[in-house]
Design a protein. Structure first.
Length: 193
């Protein structure tokens, strides 16, 4: 930062104290200014403890824990997915712009009713997924470990409210008691409507 104290001599004639205070003020501004600005006033590397965006109260990229709620877990058709408090090991998300990363770890949960293809986990905080996105995750179906596919969104252009969890074969989950587990981290676009 280039800064000169104009009329230094005239100010010194009136009050040396004012000049000294202005010099201290300039030094304090320059010390912090020069940490994140170039000498010409442009931006260099910016450092801070956190950045909030989009009027959110949680700083960008910080994880938000999702409290356990049994109603967050369901199955498609007549299938049920019963998850108890102790079964939910991790449920948390983070946001950067319109990108959500959701991490879900569920152990010893139960699949019942009429087996079908998808287990559902409700997206947190009223967020919806506007487009189809998918990826891989780890699952246990009736005690057998394997890979699965997660998906959000829809081919029809509607907004999805659930993370959908499939086994790799896209076949039905197996009805079982305390033998279904999910370990999934999914990153996808979200909107608030």
């Amino acid at each position: 930062m280039n800064f000169d104290l104009w009329f230094r001599e005239q100010l010194t004639a009136v009050s040396q104290w004012i000049v000294e205070e202005l010099d201290r003020l300039y030094a304090a501004i320059a010390e912090t200014w020069n940490q994140e600005h170039t000498e010409q006033g442009g931006h260099g590397a910016i450092t801070c403890t956190s950045i909030a965006e989009r009027s959110r109260t949680t700083p960008m990229g910080e994880w938000i824990a999702i409290p356990f709620l049994a109603a967050n877990f369901s199955g498609n058709g007549s299938m049920t997915w019963t998850v108890e408090l102790a079964d939910q090991v991790t449920a948390a998300y983070t946001l950067v712009g319109t990108t959500m990363t959701l991490s879900l770890a569920v152990i010893t949960s139960t699949v019942g009713g009429t087996p079908n293809t998808a287990l559902f986990y409700a997206l947190p905080a009223g967020f919806k997924a506007p487009r189809l996105m998918h990826g891989a995750y780890h699952c246990v179906d009736n005690g057998v470990a394997g890979a699965g596919m997660w998906a959000v969104g829809s081919f029809a252009g509607s907004y999805a409210t659930n993370l959908e969890l499939y086994i790799t074969s896209l076949g039905n989950w197996t009805a079982s008691t305390n033998l279904t587990a999910i370990r999934c981290t999914a990153t996808f676009e979200v909107v608030l409507i």
